[in-house]
Design a protein. Structure first.
Length: 698
């Protein structure tokens, strides 16, 4: 017999064989708990599991033996101690006291409450509530342990897969934590002087090639309080060959500024070093060849011409080699910067964790600022990578195109040379579009820079706006032309200019990314890009975007509102515990009343019981029903409710025009508190003004 199950309830199991006991207990508890009534102990043992919240047994149920129950309880996980309430008979019924009844239970039943009958319903309910609360704390501990294990797994995966060697060592120079790449190069630690077998395989040299003594190794220096960066090491492999790497180490301090140990990073620079050595040998050989050819030049004019040709070919090879070296150095620099970002975040968080564990919060803001700074730099890098891969959501808004181009004039004039005459030809219709203003400005600036480079001796540059309408549709195309009088693009490469990394500029003067990114922006904005170029006469590049003829009517300015709220009610939905906590604290600091939910089901439950909801603030990626689906359900219940989506990366949210519905906006993570406050305040104000107009409309 099972009562109707409530969502997410856990089982209260009852075994009471005497007639009348089971129905009475079921009736008493079924309104509050999900109840299962079993006919005997064996049936209970078969159903006993992690979802069992509480067991109620009458003493009569134990008369048939408890072996199966003992085995079932023994199979429970270590965190689980299922509470058992034993309803003992009084002496008048069975002639035994409560201790005798308790001894009938198996030894594996750890949490047991013995209640002697008869007893009141209130006493039984009170005992059940107390035991149930204890069981709920067990479930919370289980969930917390699972979360900690998952978080530790993620950190371990990150450390094991980061493409550099990383190690943390104690004050004696012994590695405490290290990843496979680090152990590959230095398995015994990072102070070779304390590990002779390892030190024999290392040769440390400074920038001038002089050998470094062991006490000058980065790890040893870090333990003395010095920050040692960029020390190059030559590692002797078992095969006898050499492998080069760059090692850096920094000291780690406790709150009294005593050195606890050091952190070290190893970066493989073998290819860079081998290229450097090859280039050096090539230069030496080239110099010998040049000297030999120079001596031969005095013998004959013909030999002079031949040797001159040979020298030009060698110089071309040298320039190409230098270019490849520069690419290698750039790659190493990016890796170095990103490693610094990771080190800044991880080390600062570790220090914060250590201090919080000790209850010491002094100077903790300094570490928080350091971690935030590194995280902001990493976020900026991620935004650029997403933009290049066309996975960055565009923040599309209504824009008056003539006004946008006019505001760019001063910047564009400073970008081009004085020999270039810049002219704006703006159409009289003053059309509006719906696009990301920052991305459009970057696209125009990219095209102007290309036009400038195509006119090294000067010329004319025209930026023109046009509105093209067809008779079949009200909505037209808004076109932005960037026209120059430069040397143009050869016909045989015009089909390739929008390919990534293709460029017609000389070596070292262009990356080939500009037109590719402009093309990607136009495609994401439901437009297109055209190029019309005539060699030696000039080039005209056109960005065409759909006209938003409704934008001007809908673009009445919203008065600037103070970022503090006035008690408006916000339903916040976020599955990440840390993000949910921070956003709730921020919104409450700003003066809002905040109700939080971890997923869409909790959000709907909260929505039904809240007196008023002024704004739904939800993450896009939620378990189960996602944030976009949740917004649709709630807006059906409360039309015109403002919805602000938060997302770090969501494939479905790349195109905001298709993703967002009425009264919806999207904010991309990471964002500052000021940006969140401004967006929430403006959405609430706009909704208030709209509702006021809606109510007064006859």
């Amino acid at each position: 017999m099972i009562s109707e199950r409530r969502p997410e309830a856990k089982t209260l199991s009852i075994v009471a064989p005497f007639k009348g006991d089971a129905p009475s207990l079921n009736k008493l508890f079924s309104g509050k708990y999900y109840v299962q009534v079993h006919s005997n102990i064996n049936s209970l043992a078969a159903e006993l599991g992690a979802g069992t919240g509480l067991v109620i047994l009458t003493e009569e149920s134990l008369l048939g033996g408890v072996v199966a129950l003992d085995e079932a309880l023994g199979r429970q996980p270590s965190w689980s101690d299922i509470p058992t309430i034993l309803l003992a008979s009084n002496k008048g019924r069975l002639g035994r006291d409560t201790d005798v009844a308790r001894r009938r239970l198996p030894a594996s039943a750890g949490y047991v409450i013995v209640l002697e009958r008869p007893l009141s319903s209130a006493s039984l309910l009170s005992a059940v509530d107390a035991a149930w609360g204890s069981r709920e704390r067990q479930f919370e501990m289980r969930d917390r342990l699972a979360e900690l294990a998952e978080e530790r797994g993620r950190l371990t995966t990150l450390l094991e897969n980061v493409p550099v060697g990383i190690s943390f060592m104690d004050s004696q120079g012994k590695s405490i934590i290290s990843n496979p790449l680090f152990r590959k190069y230095l398995p015994s630690g990072i102070i070779p002087s304390k590990h002779p077998s390892s030190a024999a395989r290392w040769i440390a040299r400074d920038s001038e090639g002089k050998k470094l003594e062991p006490n000058m190794f980065p790890g040893a220096r870090a333990l003395r309080g010095e920050a040692a960066t960029g020390v190059e090491f030559c590692h002797k492999l078992d095969s006898g060959s050499e492998s080069w790497m760059r090692v850096s180490a920094v000291p780690l301090y406790d709150e009294q500024r005593n050195i606890l140990g050091a952190a070290s990073v190893i970066l493989d620079i073998n290819e860079e070093k081998q290229a450097e050595l090859s280039l050096r040998r090539f230069n030496e050989e080239l110099e010998i060849q040049v000297q030999a050819r120079t001596r031969e030049l005095n013998a004959a004019i013909e030999r002079l011409r031949k040797e001159s040709d040979e020298r030009e070919r060698a110089e071309d090879q040298l320039r190409q080699a230098l270019k490849m070296e520069a690419v290698g150095q750039l790659t190493g620099g990016i890796a170095h910067d990103f490693n610094n970002m990771l080190t800044g975040v991880i080390s600062a968080l570790d220090l914060i964790k250590i201090r919080m564990a000790k209850g010491q919060t002094k100077d903790i803001e300094r570490f928080m600022d350091a971690a935030n700074s590194s995280a902001q730099r990493a976020a900026s890098l991620t935004q650029r990578l997403l933009a290049f891969s066309r996975r960055q959501p565009l923040d599309a808004k209504p824009l008056p195109i003539n006004r946008l181009v006019s505001t760019l004039k001063d910047l564009l004039q400073r970008t081009v040379s004085e020999q270039i005459a810049l002219t704006l030809e703006l159409c009289s219709e003053d059309p509006w579009i719906h696009a990301d203003g920052n991305q459009l400005e970057n696209a125009i600036l990219n095209l102007v820079i290309n036009a400038r480079d195509a006119m090294p001796a000067g010329g004319a540059l025209i930026i023109r706006t046009r509105l093209i309408k067809s008779n079949e549709a009200e909505q037209g195309q808004v076109c932005i032309d960037v026209q120059d009088t430069g040397y143009g693009i050869p016909h045989h490469v015009q089909d390739k200019v929008m390919e990534p990394f293709f460029t017609t500029k000389p070596i070292g003067q262009g990356t080939g990314l500009g037109l590719s990114m402009v093309y990607g922006f136009a495609q994401q904005s439901h437009g297109y890009l055209t190029i019309n170029s005539v060699p030696e006469r000039g080039t005209n590049v056109t960005i065409c975007l759909p006209e938003n003829y409704q934008a001007h009517k809908d673009s009445a300015p919203i008065e600037r509102l103070a970022k503090a709220g006035s008690g408006q009610s916000i339903l916040l939905v976020e599955d990440d515990d840390s993000v949910r906590l921070i956003n709730k604290e921020v919104l409450e600091e700003l003066g809002y009343q905040v109700t939080v939910a971890r997923n869409s089901d909790e959000a709907l439950e909260s929505f039904y019981v809240m007196d008023r909801v002024d704004l739904l603030l939800t993450d896009v990626g939620l378990p189960g029903m996602n944030g976009r689906q949740l917004a649709e359900v709630i807006q059906q219940l409360q039309p015109r409710l403002p919805v602000l989506f938060l997302t770090g990366y969501a494939e479905s949210a790349i195109n905001q025009t298709d993703f967002l519905g009425p009264h919806m906006q999207l904010l991309t993570k990471p964002f500052t508190i000021d940006v969140l406050a401004s967006r929430v305040a403006n959405m609430l104000l706009a909704n208030t003004q709209e509702n006021a107009g809606y109510q007064t409309t006859p």
